[in-house]
Design a binder for this molecule. Structure first.
Ligand code: ADE
Length: 252
């Protein structure tokens, strides 16, 4: 399994986008024992729009299609004893091999709590790929031999254990999908997200300018774009210093 040496900063992302052309198409295949769980979240909002614009295709695959018997078995007891089932090699291998016949995957990603913790840099890097395969684990996870022989990256969405990799896959699709060029209307809005350039986003306000006597900062009403940009940068620095000083030390 390769490591995350290919992290991608926002400036690298912009360079790559201009090098690869503006409009790209990404294919994401997801193998899961519970594909229905992802249907609604992946068919709303920005990810829905990305698919409607033809920039992203998400294909969900039910692992049970490759079950080892008529009962739909895809998991078994773990060797050495202990609670919890393990997802078997055979259904996973057959699923991966069948999908590999039709697709040249850039990465085969296993969602697991012991993977590299997802951050903006990893999302930026993955958003430049064209073909991704995600494997969602369940129960105690997947047989180690599949990890050793087929998985190219392992990603966790945080230091907590979810009931399955599906919710993590939804998070990963969202984090990547919104970065595909052309998905967001205002291309700069992804570039000004928190974590791009290692800063949290500054506070934002909308109408009315006075709500219950709570006023929007004057500077935002001034119309002076240079001053507004300066103010936003200062606020981003202040917020990052207060809430996530680790990001400024280069650790975040
Ligand atoms: N599966 C279970 N917990 C997970 C996590 N934190 N990240 C990714 N996949 C998971």
């Amino acid at each position: 399994m390769s490591s995350f040496s290919n992290k991608c900063s926002i400036s690298q992302l912009i360079t790559q986008i201009s090098r690869h052309g503006y409009l790209c198409h990404m294919n994401i295949h997801i193998i899961s024992v519970l594909p229905e769980l992802m249907e609604s979240p992946l068919n709303h909002s920005i990810i829905k729009r990305a698919q409607e614009k033809g920039l992203l295709t998400i294909t969900l695959h039910a692992l049970r299609k490759w079950a080892v018997n008529e009962y739909g078995q895809v998991d078994d007891y773990q060797y050495g004893g202990g609670a919890g089932m393990v997802m078997m090699c055979e259904p996973l291998e057959n699923a991966i091999l069948e999908l590999k016949k039709e697709n040249k995957f850039d990465e085969i990603i296993y969602l697991t709590p012991d993977g590299a913790t997802l951050n903006q840099s990893i999302a930026n890097g993955l958003s430049l790929k064209n073909n991704l395969l995600f494997i969602c684990g369940h129960y105690k996870g997947i047989d180690q031999r599949i990890r050793d022989h087929y998985i190219t990256k392992e990603i966790s969405i945080g230091d907590y254990v979810l009931s399955g990799g599906e919710t993590a896959a939804i998070v990963l699709v969202d984090a990547i999908g919104r970065l595909i060029p052309g998905v967001l209307n205002d291309e700069t809005s992804a570039l000004t997200d928190s974590f791009q350039d290692r800063l949290l986003a500054p506070p934002v306000y909308t109408r009315p300018a006075d709500y219950h006597g709570w006023k929007v900062p004057d500077i935002l009403l001034s119309g002076d774009l240079r001053k507004i940009e300066e103010w936003r940068y200062e606020q981003a620095l202040k917020r990052t210093q207060e809430r996530r000083p680790d990001m400024m030390d280069g650790e975040g």
